[in-house]
Design a protein around this ligand. Structure first.
Ligand code: Q46
Ligand code: ZN
Length: 303
């Protein structure tokens, strides 16, 4: 098996592209894919200040590294969500990468800073820890980006994530979610910062290979709450299809982005946006869920 670019011995085969690469040419291919995605969807340019959301896993660590190497103006942000030792270990990985490479990093700790506890909230509100966690993360990404004058919030979502989310949304015809699934969510309100996914066309395996080749430390374990998630089942199903027919995930996602998504556009435009009466951030209700969470946790502490 020879590298398609330099004809030396190949080390990795990418069946969906019907191409194999040596390590050096793989890194060239990888960085090229990322910059192509950024340009194709006009995510940002070198003048923009980007907030990269980093969890310590392989995908976000790859995102951080590649954006820095490509010369973008990136500040990383890590949120300690109070998920036991998992959170402490991931924080260490992220802080160590930032200090070794002298990179700017913002750390938010939801317990220390806001008194939030996703387990207490999950019990009180009878919602899953993941739904509470998701609301808190979305709020903080946007608030930190807005307050800090950032042009975009970048996340490490990969092709496997995006195809699995799409499959889940199609199976239950979640029109609102389908309308909002894209590599770029543009600014629809002056206080809502653009969200971008520069790795949306790269697979988990390619991100893993990228961090291994670059000797980047990352947290190998997944969040304990991801066990049994529906998204994992969807990923397994898609992996089976991919094995039989390489390129399935990419065709499924790209087909949706090119031909399907526009049919759901009017659903997202119907959402009425307003500003939270407590913090001023954008919400669809009178008070945003983050401010309600803070009140619930503070009240519980007092009683
Ligand atoms: S971090 Fe949070 Fe995820 Fe853990 S609690 Fe669920 S949502 S699984 S990406
Ligand atoms: Zn609020």
């Amino acid at each position: 098996m020879k590298c398609v670019r330099c004809k030396q011995k190949a080390k990795i085969l990418l069946k969906r592209h019907n191409a194999a690469f040596c390590n050096e040419c793989f890194l060239y291919y990888y960085r090229n894919q990322v910059t192509k995605n950024i340009r194709k969807y006009k995510m940002f340019d070198k003048k923009d200040k980007i907030l990269a959301v980093i969890s310590g896993g392989k995908d976000s660590m790859a995102l951080w590294d590649v954006l820095v190497k490509e010369g973008y103006n990136v500040v990383a942000m890590y949120i300690n969500l109070g998920i036991g030792e998992y959170s402490n270990r991931s924080q260490k990985v992220v802080e160590s990468f930032a200090s070794k490479n002298n990179l700017p990093l913002i750390v938010k700790d939801i317990k220390k800073e806001f008194g939030l506890d996703i387990y207490k909230l999950s019990k009180t509100l009878k919602r899953s820890p993941c739904s509470i966690c998701g609301s808190i993360k979305r709020y903080l990404f946007n608030k930190v980006a807005y307050d800090g004058g950032f042009s975009a919030v970048a996340t490490g979502h990969n092709l496997d994530d995006e195809a699995a989310t799409l499959l889940g949304n199609v199976l239950s015809w979640e029109e609102g979610y389908l309308a909002r699934q894209a590599p770029v969510l543009p600014q629809t309100h002056p206080k809502l910062i653009k969200k971008v996914k520069p790795l949306y066309s790269l697979t988990e395996r390619e991100n893993l290979y990228y961090v291994l080749l670059n000797k980047i430390e990352f947290l190998h374990e997944e969040c304990p709450h991801s066990v049994g998630a529906r998204s994992i089942l969807f990923k397994e199903v898609l992996n089976k299809l991919e094995e039989e027919s390489p390129g399935t995930k990419q065709r499924f996602l790209n087909g949706f982005l090119e031909k399907g998504r526009r049919h759901f556009q009017d659903v997202s435009e119907k959402l009425e946006l307003r500003e939270c009466k407590t913090c001023g951030q954008v919400t669809t209700t009178e008070e945003c869920s983050f401010c309600r969470f803070v009140k619930i946790c503070n009240h519980q502490q007092e009683t």
